[in-house]
Design a protein around this ligand. Structure first.
Ligand code: KG4
Ligand code: ZN
Length: 338
């Protein structure tokens, strides 16, 4: 069965063809980061307009690369939330129009479910049950996954998502958007123990909080700037130390929470996904932790951790198999719990 996946939830226009929920035939991602870079974050109105411009060429490219036509598709899976409402509207309206005219079944996929299903696109595929940590620009949530469509939320961020903290810290350090990749790179040159930024462990809870660390970095930068006007140009070593120390504080919390979840649930399988799962230090620390605790760790390739439509198609395949079809009343939702 061939599923066409579509994701326009944030600032990437993506379309993909996936066979039987596991094999990627094509996966096209058109990034808008060049457009939003100069504003230091995503401008929702610009994002929607660019999706309108890109949706048809991106879907055509996905079909062309897969060497198929629309008539070969068994279902169209579209992400209907959570995300930016204007962006989601573009993908949903497009998918609905195509399904209306071609009678191809319409499948609606929660973006977070998509991130979990990214781990089904590569070998080895995780067995149920498993713990899933979705850590991205919009979300930091921990789930216990018992089976297809059986998700129990263990915890979530009470304020900023981890990726949002990366992006905000990057902005205040003058490093641009998106912040994750640049802080990841810079941290390799810095000392993670140089500055003792706070870790919000929130004992007895699987919730997260990342707004405090952002403020702590801001206060540190302000205090330092009173002596030196520009950290970036005048103190490059300090900049790397701030990046590495910030990253260490965020990753310590993420890893500690997963360790607690393993201990509490007795489930020794962990899926990590979402844009922050592209982080090189997080990937290696997770693997080390897995070895120490004798737990299996599943982290998709970097291109499948960040937003893409293959993960939406993979999840949509299971909707189609179990007869869970959407219809033309489907409306996108900015807030949509899993
Ligand atoms: O999953 P994603 O592509 O979009 C959302 O659903 O939010 O995640 C984007 C987020 C951004 O905040 C970006 O800074 C972060 O993922 N990110 C990273 C890295 N690459 C992307 N964070 C840390 N390290 C990275 N290498
Ligand atoms: Zn995402």
């Amino acid at each position: 069965m061939l599923i066409l996946g579509i994701d326009t939830s944030c600032d990437d226009t993506s379309a993909s063809v996936v066979e039987n929920g596991t094999k990627i035939i094509s996966n096209i991602v058109s990034s808008q980061s060049e457009i939003h870079k100069k504003y230091g974050g995503i401008v929702p109105e610009l994002a929607s307009r660019k999706h309108v411009e890109m949706i048809i060429p991106v879907v055509e490219e996905a079909l062309k690369t897969a060497g198929i036509e629309l008539k070969d598709i068994n279902g169209i899976a579209v992400c209907h939330g959570p995300g930016l409402i204007g962006s989601l509207l573009v993908g949903c309206s497009f998918a609905k129009a195509i399904c209306y005219t071609t009678k191809i079944p319409l499948l609606s996929v929660n973006h977070l479910e998509g991130h979990i299903f990214a781990s089904f696109l590569e070998e080895p595929v995780p067995e149920f049950p498993f713990i899933a940590l979705i850590v991205s620009g919009g979300h930091t949530s921990l789930y216990r996954v018992e089976g297809f469509s059986q998700y129990k939320e263990l915890g979530r961020t009470r304020d900023d998502a981890a990726g949002e903290a990366y992006d905000k810290v990057s902005k205040l350090l003058g490093l641009g958007y998106p912040g994750g990749p640049v802080i990841d790179r810079l941290s390799k040159k810095g000392n993670p123990k140089a500055i003792d930024f706070p870790r919000a462990y929130l004992p007895e809870s699987f919730d997260f909080s990342f707004s405090g660390i952002k403020t702590a970095v801001l206060n540190f930068v302000k205090a330092t700037k009173s002596e030196n006007s520009e950290i970036k140009t005048q103190k490059p070593e300090l900049l790397s130390d701030i990046a590495a120390s910030f990253q260490a504080a965020v990753l310590d919390v993420l890893i500690r929470k997963i360790e607690w979840a393993i201990k509490r649930t007795w489930i020794k399988r962990v899926v990590l996904s979402g844009g922050v799962a592209a982080n090189s230090e997080l990937r290696s620390r997770m693997k080390e932790m897995g070895e120490e605790r004798n737990a299996e760790i599943f982290i998709p390739s970097v291109s499948l951790c960040t937003d893409n439509a293959a993960m939406i198609a993979a999840a949509g395949y299971h909707h189609l198999k179990s007869g869970r079809l959407a219809d033309l009343t489907l409306n996108p939702k900015a807030y949509l719990p899993l």
